[in-house]
Design a protein around this ligand. Sequence first.
Ligand SMILES: [Zn+2]
Ligand SMILES: [Zn+2]
Length: 107
Amino acid sequence: MVNPKVMCRQHLLGEHVEIHMFIGTINLQKKVNGYLEKGLLEIHNLYHRHEELVKEMKRRGYNHRSDLDEKWKYAKRLGKIDKIKNIRELSNRCTRCRSRISKETKY
Ligand SMILES: [Zn+2]
Ligand SMILES: [Zn+2]
């Protein structure tokens, strides 16, 4: 849920891969409760978030050839991401993201 523009290459691509992994996991009917409980996943936002990340990836000239099934646009509402917590964690964990985040006055 962090603005993709402030994410470093590693984290932008990392989150993109995570979305595909979540979709794969859910497609296999496996449980993602742990992620839901920790506030790390919003099922109903996977499609939109993927689009957002891909837009930024293309803007930076990275390749993308893994579109999501349109059915995810209509996924039922499940999970709630703590946006502030996520931004804070990213900024604590990654110096590259931190310097990009601090340039963004929005946060
Ligand atoms: Zn993709
Ligand atoms: Zn980073």
